[in-house]
Structures are given as C-alpha cells and as structure tokens.
Design a protein around this ligand. Structure first.
Ligand code: NAD
Ligand code: MG
Length: 390
C-alpha cells in the first residue's frame, strides 16, 4: 500500500489533497503517515481519523492539549511545534505533499529531501528562499521534487518527452488578481477584504493577496528559475484573465506547447499524486466553445512592480530569493494588520533587497538552512523597519 503524508493538510491545497485521497479510497487505499496543520485542530483531527493517520501534528504548541483530546482513543499519535512538523516530514512515506504556506515550509521540505523522499511541492517559498540548497539536496539524496504549483505543473507536463535544451522560453500566465482593472490611483486605498477576493481561484488568503499584488507571480517566476534551471530572460509572464492556459513552453523551432485546464488545484495535486501515470480526477473538463474566447495582455510593471523585483532578484542571485520572500511575508503581514497600504508592500520589499545587497555575503547563495534563516530574518527586519516611513 502506498504511504503518504500531507504537510499543511488543513489549508486550501491540503483540503484539495484530502479530497483526492478520500475519493481514491482513503484509508483503504493509502497508508497515511503524517498530517500536519495549524490552529484548526478540529479539522486536523477529523482528517487524521478519516485517513487513520499514524500521527497528527499542529504547528501551534498551545493547541496540543486540544488536539490530544480530539484524538483520544483513536490510536493516532499527536505532537506540536515547528520541530514536530519537521520530524513528521522526516518519517518515511512514499509521497509527501508540502502545502504549508510561507518559509515555514522550508525545514519540513528539506526533511523530506534529506531522506530521499518524493516531495510534491505546493510550497513555492521553499524554492524561492533556498532554490540552490533545495535542488542540490535533492540531487545528492536522490529525492524527487514534483511541482504542484499549477503553472509549474503545467510546464513540467508540457516538458514530458522534451529536451529542455530545445526550449527558448517558458510563459507563466497570471490572472491579474483582484485589481487588474482598477485605476492605478485607487490601489493605495485597496482594503484587505478587496485584495482577498480572487476572480478565478479559491485559495488561502495570503496567496490571494499575493495574486492581487503580483507577488505570487514574482515568487513563481523565481520558482521556475530554480526548479527548471532557466535564466530570467527565458521566463515570461502573460496576463490571461480566464486562468485556462496555465503555462506554455516555446521551443526554438517556433512551436509552443500550452497546458490548459479548469482553475482547480486538484488537477496539479492529482497529477503529482499519480505521476508518472494519469488517473481520473474530479476536475471539470474544459468546454472551450462555451468559453468562446481567451484573452491575453502584457503585464503592466507600473501596476505590478513585484515582477521587476523578481527579475532583479534572479539577476542578483545569492541571498536575494530568501530576502525577497521574507520581506514580502513581512510586508504582507503588515498590510493584513493594517500597518501599511497595499501599495507600500513592493517598496518595503525593494528597500529590504537594497539593504541586504550592502551586506557581506549577500552574493553567495545560502549553503545551509541556518544561513537561509539568517537572511530570512534580515529580510523581515528590513521590511518592518520601513513601516514607520511608509
Ligand atoms: P492556506 O493558508 O490555506 O494553508 C496553509 C496550511 O499551512 C494550513 O494547513 C496551515 O495550518 C499551515 N501552516 C500555516 N502556517 C504554518 C506554520 N508556520 N508552520 C506549519 N504549518 C503552517 O494556504 P494555501 O493557499 O493552501 O497555500 C499553501 C501553499 O501552496 C503556499 O505556499 C501557496 O503559495 C501554495 N499554492 C497554493 C495554491 C492554492 O490554490 N491555494 C496554488 C498554488 C500554490
Ligand atoms: Mg500558481
């Protein structure tokens, strides 16, 4: 029986994965090793019981007693805290999904790679913050990373049987998020609630706001750079409001192979779960005649400075990814908390990158987890400092 673990099981991606596992036979079809979550221990316990997991872990230590009570008599072990999440990830399992949000996904992701496991990766921050470390670790241990971010899954699928050498560039699409059509001068007034409404995808709040600011696409461009080893000049972003084409691979001979599908994360998660085979998935099939037309536009960098910052970070290399990601997480926290405006986020990230670039060792890619975490801390502090000035 195949064994699986889901990190971040109670989130948006985690719920989609749970749905797929249950539909594919649940505890009859999979041996579930570990499920992890955050504050919602009631849902975590429910999932752990349904899949008869060996262990359920909440990242929040103060939630342990509640989780333990919820799992009393089930025979399911429980634990709490960041280290317990990483330990759960280190337990042998054939397939481990990382659907944690933020740089908190890096230590458990590395724990999967350290044991040579298969890591289905939704947590793009793992690659943005520590791409060379993560890819190097996977090469050394023979671990496999399967992309779950929809655009990267799309590129991965379009590249099956192709030679990366023949690829001229890849194109990642972006819906444009909540504010695609807003007048630029209104963006500074955008509220958290307005930024949290995505036109096409139902996702966690953080990635939804990142879609409105295009920081999600900025992270994804860096993610593609790290995962596929493509230079920044070979990765393009195209605004495509319908979110039907997820990505496109353009070859030197002029042919482009696009990946199309309904905006439903169960496709990319299911592809990674069944890879290299394909299985029936509960995903709506496209009806292009009903859709009638698809539209495209070049991204406006005045509206979305995050895209320029991503390009600059890729060109700088070294610790830039770790700093960009951390500064973005801090700026997002500050926006959600009402400390800064929507349009203050990109300048906060830019200031953090400028400050970091003056630090010794910035040009070197962080060689271990501690080094990544040190740059992560720097990025958060630098972004928070700008708060008063904003
Ligand atoms: P979410 O906020 O809905 O869920 C996040 C999960 O991580 C929850 O289970 C939460 O309890 C857990 N978590 C939060 N903080 C944690 C911490 N500090 N330590 C351990 N666990 C923690 O997020 P999501 O929208 O499901 O996104 C998860 C990841 O997948 C993100 O990296 C996101 O960018 C990526 N992603 C999401 C989607 C989507 O459709 N939601 C699509 C592509 C990629
Ligand atoms: Mg994506």
């Amino acid at each position: 029986m195949r064994s699986v673990s889901v990190l971040g099981a109670t989130g948006s991606v985690g719920e989609s994965a749970f749905d797929l596992l249950m539909r594919a036979g649940g505890a009859q079809a999979f041996r579930t090793v570990a499920l992890t979550g955050g504050a919602n221990v009631a849902r975590l316990a429910e999932m752990a019981r349904a899949l008869r997991a060996e262990i359920a872990v909440t990242a929040w230590p103060e939630k342990l007693a509640e989780l333990r009570a919820l799992l009393a008599g089930s025979g399911i072990a429980c634990a709490a805290g960041a280290e317990a999440v990483a330990e759960a990830a280190a337990r042998p399992a054939d397939w481990t999904l990382s659907a944690i949000v933020g740089a908190a996904g890096l230590p458990p992701g590395l724990a999967v790679l350290n044991r040579g496991g298969t890591l289905a990766l939704a947590n793009k921050e793992t690659l943005v913050a520590a791409g060379p470390l993560v890819m190097g670790r996977a090469r050394r241990t023979g671990a496999r990373i399967l992309p779950v971010d929809s655009e990267h899954s799309a590129i991965f699928q379009a590249l099956q049987g192709e030679d990366l050498e023949s690829v001229e560039h890849v194109t990642i699409t972006a819906s444009g998020g909540a504010f695609r059509d807003w007048p630029l001068e209104r963006l500074a007034q955008a509220s958290v609630a307005e930024a949290s409404r995505h036109p096409n995808w139902a996702m966690g709040q953080r990635i939804t706001i990142d879609s409105a600011s295009m920081f999600n696409k900025a992270l994804e461009v860096i993610e593609a750079h790290e995962f596929f080893g493509l230079g920044s000049e070979r990765i393009r972003v195209l605004v495509h409001p319908q979110s039907i084409i997820h990505a496109m691979v353009t070859h030197r001979d002029g042919g482009s192979i696009a990946h199309l599908g309904a905006p439903d994360m169960r496709h990319a998660i299911g592809y990674a779960l069944n890879w290299p085979a394909r299985a029936e998935l509960p995903v709506p099939k496209l009806d292009l005649a009903a859709l009638g037309s698809l539209s495209f536009a070049a991204p406006d960098e005045a509206r979305w400075p995050a895209l320029r910052l991503a390009r600059e970070a890729m060109q700088a290399g070294g610790a830039a990814g770790a700093v960009l990601n951390a500064a973005k997480e801090q700026a997002l926290d500050d926006f959600i908390a009402g400390h800064i405006r929507f349009t203050d986020m990109a300048p906060a990230v830019e200031r953090a990158l400028e400050q970091a670039a003056r630090e010794a060792g910035f040009a070197q890619s962080p060689g271990d987890l501690d080094a990544v975490l040190a740059w992560d801390g720097f990025g958060r502090r630098a972004a928070a400092q700008g708060r008063g000035a904003a």
